[in-house]
Design a binder for this molecule. Sequence first.
Ligand code: FES
Ligand SMILES: [Fe+2]
Length: 448
Amino acid sequence: MHVWRIPYPSCRKGESPDFTGDYPPLVTIEPDTEPRHLMKNRLRALLDEARDGFSLPQAFYTDHDLFEADIQAIFGGEWLFACNAAEISRPGDYLTLEVGRESIVVLRGPDGEIRAFHNTCRHRGARICTDASGSASRLVCPYHQWVYGLDGRLLHARQMPAGFDTSRYGLAPVAVQFVCGLVYVSMAPDPPALEGFRAAVTPYIAPHQPDRTKVAFTSTIVEKANWKLVIENNRECYHCAGSHPELLVSLVEFALPEDAEEEEGLAALMQDAARRWEALRLPHRPAEGGDEFRCIRLPFNRGAVSFTTDGKPACKKLLGDFTDPDLGSVRMFRAPNNWHHFLSDHILHFRVTPLCADRTAVRTTWLVHEDAVEGVDYDLERLTKVWLATNNQDRALAENNHRGVRSSAYRPGPYAPSEFMIRNFVNWYRARMGAFAGRPTAALARAG
Ligand code: FES
Ligand SMILES: [Fe+2]
């Protein structure tokens, strides 16, 4: 039986409740230990069922309890890509991330600092920022108008009794870190280290100067698919030939330099590119990211330099100090929720946030040089055409995948060799979920 526990004392009218303390606890309703224990047992059993090199058992894609476990274990514990700092460039600019039942607001304060908070009011818990993005000098809860500063402090709570201590009701903070202007947030009380990732990817992406960009366009689509199917679809190009005519004008269909060696034309393309990039001191060999992240520079098809329908540049003003438009793209992925392309003339960020077991938001941001002028240096339709089309094609693929996975006849299927990046992602996911479920590691199991 589910027993629900509300871990707060009652208080009489007119009294200030005296139970705020540090975080946690916030106003949370937690399932009692028994259902959580049962859920972890079930999670362990399902993880035992999962086989290396095969897609996951059905419940991982469709089950609502498993989705809740994903939110706690993965999205509650990891660093999540939120945005490029250029997306909130002025004091008061904010944007929100919806992650299952969680909501985070990321904002820039009057001091220029970027901070993040749980987007839930300390009065009775209402969402404070209800828009996906905006700009405000204060955060005002729409319910009873409690007013918060951009540093999260409660500034005003109307009609509260004399002596009410506003200093005890600030917004719950969320950790923030930066990687070359990319903003990562973590809801974990003690977030994992991000330094290894930052050190590994900075040499690849810093030359593109992501912190000296401006937003040209943003799109958010909600896909009727589990978030892992959305990520899995991104981690392979096995499907590209059948689905992405616009993308394949420029994108090469190999994921590792070694893959190019099998075809003479591709091998020469890779060798030429490697020679030029080494002369420019641009790293291109894959970074050592294990299953957690990937970063590599790969060329475009011969003659193509950007994601456009003719392969020609999308923006005349190149990023950073670049003078050569033919830099291919740095493809960067980091589990659990982001992938990116850094080109010579623009940057693309893709942010995945799960809404529920079968709904996932995919937010794409196109950034160009901070001084580029629309209509002069770039045409918005030309800049966005390929990835708007590709995103829509990927949405249809992920939704169709999700529909099929729900079948009673679904069984985990084997990955093709070219799907090795899905395998990396699924291995990462299984390891994280195993740790959450208290599952013995392989070494412990052997010892036992
Ligand atoms: S819930 Fe925010 S002011 Fe009441
Ligand atoms: Fe795709």
